[in-house]
Design a protein around this ligand. Structure first.
Ligand code: 13P
Length: 250
């Protein structure tokens, strides 16, 4: 983490938590996070719990991000949600291009269009990238994340720096309990920063690591010079463990 960049810790709940559970989580988390700590904090509930989460966190500094956003403003897109709809229920941002979305069919071109649409609407966009185990074993990690970052930022401009975050999440570390080593996380996040630096000011860009982050490994991962925070899955579902990761970032 560089002293010039404010860390961000975001909790991706994936397909977990009802409205009542989200409300309870947010109320508990609000009491555990030090509002003066120098770290940005966000939760990413499923669409159905965005509004309740935003209401429960109103008046706190904790932000609410969606887990995806569609590129179109409206139209015949069954099952999709637009950026304006997210803003309408109080969301501040959205993940784009999570590997679980890409596995469900989201393409690089859609990721690029969603980054553009989300930022244009005024959302913070966390664009995700990361390689599979096969890609890593083949020695193609750098080429893979270079392509994902280039294509994901194909419609981005330098002016987007304040609303753009990139998360490096190696697929082999997601939900597996197998975390990238700090050296692996640093190496990949430095590549992300360098490639994104062709579009935005790389020194200002926040690059997060995600993949089996927990209270025990968060501090050493976020101590890497190019790791500016964490995108947390499983360990973000419990307010105490998520708050501990936030504290490690601060
Ligand atoms: P885990 O922390 O459960 O490995 O999930 C990481 C992730 O996919 C966050 O977006």
């Amino acid at each position: 983490m560089s002293s010039g960049r404010r860390p961000l810790v975001a909790g991706n709940w994936k397909m977990h938590k009802t409205v009542a559970e989200a409300r309870g989580f947010c109320e508990a988390l609000a009491g555990m996070v030090d509002p003066a700590a120098p770290v940005d904090v966000a939760v990413c509930p499923p669409f159905t719990a965005l509004q309740a989460s935003a209401e429960a966190l109103a008046g706190t500094a904790i932000a609410v991000y969606a887990q995806n956003v569609h590129e179109a403003a409206s139209g015949a897109h069954t099952g999709e949600v637009s950026a304006a709809m997210l803003l309408d229920v109080g969301a501040d941002g959205a993940l784009v291009g999570h590997s679980e979305r890409r596995a469900a069919g989201d393409t690089d071109a859609q990721v690029a269009a969603r980054v553009r649409a989300g930022i244009d609407a005024g959302l913070i966009v966390v664009m995700c990238c990361g390689e599979s185990l096969d890609t890593r074993r083949a020695g193609e990690t750098e080429a893979w994340i270079t392509r994902q970052v280039r294509e994901g930022l194909a419609q981005a401009t330098a002016a987007d720096i304040d609303r753009l975050v990139i998360a490096y999440e190696p697929i082999w570390a997601i939900g597996t309990g197998e975390t990238a080593t700090p050296d692996q996380a640093q190496e990949a996040c430095a590549i992300v920063r360098a490639v994104a630096g062709g579009v935005v000011d790389g020194q200002q860009l926040r690059v997060l690591y995600g993949g089996s982050v927990n209270p025990g490994n968060a501090a050493e991962l976020m101590a890497c010079p190019d790791v500016d925070g964490a995108l947390v899955g499983g360990a973000s579902l419990d307010p105490e463990s998520f708050a501990a990761i936030v504290a490690a970032a601060a």
